[in-house]
Design a protein around this ligand. Structure first.
Ligand SMILES: Nc1nc2c(c(=O)[nH]1)N[C@H]1C(S)=C(S)[C@@H](COP(=O)(O)O)O[C@H]1N2
Ligand SMILES: [Mo]
Length: 380
């Protein structure tokens, strides 16, 4: 790993690299800083009312961009497949468009979703619960390309490199993520060139990105320009340092991989401008939302109106858009005047479910704590 320490001259001047651990923790009463706000303004979430769409319109899908959106020309952009393969190859996007074409709905969620709700919070992109979207991705399956290139039997990791470049905690890097070979060869992994039936937008990885159904967002490398097969485990920053679930800064931690189950409530009624608290008139009200898991299909959703003290089963929509797409749920509620805290809890076929209390870890990853939607039901 290259740190700014061992490079001269350095683009930002000498600086001590801290590659030992995750971002710092906020003090107990420390407010969101201008730096966190800057990140939040660049990387927007899904407006929760957009949970109404089966397929999230591209402009309403959340965004997470570590550095800058790179300037790439779709006509001349190339992808090289190399490293421990018998037949390295360089292809254009046009070449990939001539290969078998697959379209599938995939729910993407940022591994940091829920981070800003943790106490204490890791100082980073301050997501609440809105770092999610469900798009229709079109591309060509990766596995046949890798097999044609001839993977070395001793291969362990496949490294995907984006065309974006930056510095993170003192480490200058291209955005790079590795997948274990077996995961890279899963048939549903795509090299995608379209989102919702249109060429990828710049912010979503144009002209080419990886889609790894079921995994948190960091694995879905955007602006991908090279794929390298390795016979040694990849120790790059985003795998070895950044995306790990740790108890404390000294813990090496375990890699963040698949999406933990989560259900979100589409906030009912209308919002208060500042607090986003919901205001409702009394009477029957259909609560609905979406539920997903990257481990196994969602088999149950329950709803609470008292902040998680009691739970009622919700109805799962019969429409099934595939194993990697979110599922709609609904529940008929009769709203009577008063104050409520709504939430929903998904359980998947592997038995995983959502906690009401925070699942704390040092980097604030995979926090699938139940959402809290504050509602005031008016007298009439
Ligand atoms: N090259 C590159 N790929 C990337 C990222 C990035 O910063 N650079 N961000 C990752 C993260 S952390 C997430 S959550 C998803 C977000 O994808 P989206 O912006 O299309 O929703 O892209 C992933 N792929
Ligand atoms: Mo992310």
């Amino acid at each position: 790993m290259t740190t700014l320490d061992d490079r001269t001259p350095s683009p930002v001047g000498p600086r001590l690299a801290d590659v030992s651990g995750p971002s710092r923790l906020a003090e107990p009463d420390e407010a969101i800083s201008a730096e966190e706000l800057q990140l939040a303004a660049r990387n927007h979430g899904i407006p929760l009312e957009a949970l109404r769409y089966d397929v999230t319109p591209a402009g309403l899908h959340y965004l997470l961009i570590h550095y800058d959106i790179p300037a790439l020309d779709p006509a001349s952009h190339t992808l090289t497949i190399g490293g421990a393969v018998q037949r390295p190859v360089t292809v254009t996007v046009a070449d990939l468009r001539e290969r078998p074409r697959v379209t599938q709905q995939v729910t993407l969620e940022c591994a940091g979703n829920g981070r800003a709700l943790l106490h204490p919070r890791a100082v980073s992109q301050p997501w609440l619960v809105e770092a999610v979207g469900n798009a229709e991705w079109t591309g060509t399956p990766l596995a046949p390309l890798l097999r044609e290139a001839g993977i070395d039997p001793a291969a362990v990791d496949v490294v995907f490199t984006g065309a974006d470049h930056g510095v993170e905690r003192g480490v200058e890097q291209d955005y790079q993520r590795a997948l274990p070979v077996a995961d890279a060869l899963r048939e549903e992994v795509l090299l995608a060139y379209e989102m919702n039936g249109a060429p990828l937008l710049p912010q979503h990885g144009a002209p080419l990105r990886l889609i790894v159904p079921g995994w948190y967002g960091m694995a879905h490398v955007k602006w991908v320009r090279s794929i390298e097969v390795r016979t040694e485990p990849f120790e790059g920053y985003q795998n070895a340092v950044a995306y790990r679930v740790r108890r404390d800064a000294d813990d090496r931690g375990v890699p963040v991989t698949r999406i933990e189950p989560r259900a979100l409530v589409r906030p009912p009624g209308f919002p208060d401008f500042m607090s986003r608290r919901r205001v409702l008139r009394p009477g029957p009200c259909t609560l609905d939302g979406r539920a997903w898991s990257g481990h196994a299909p969602v088999v149950a959703v329950e709803v609470t109106t008292d902040g998680g003290d009691s739970w009622t089963p919700a109805e799962l929509d019969p429409t099934d858009a595939g194993d990697f797409a979110w599922r709609r749920w609904r529940h008929e509620w009769v709203a009577t005047p008063g104050r409520y805290v709504l939430g929903a809890r998904a359980t998947d076929a592997s038995g995983r479910t959502q906690p009401v209390d925070q699942p704390w870890n040092r980097g604030g990853f995979a926090n699938n704590m139940v959402q809290r939607v504050e509602v005031v039901v008016l007298a009439e």
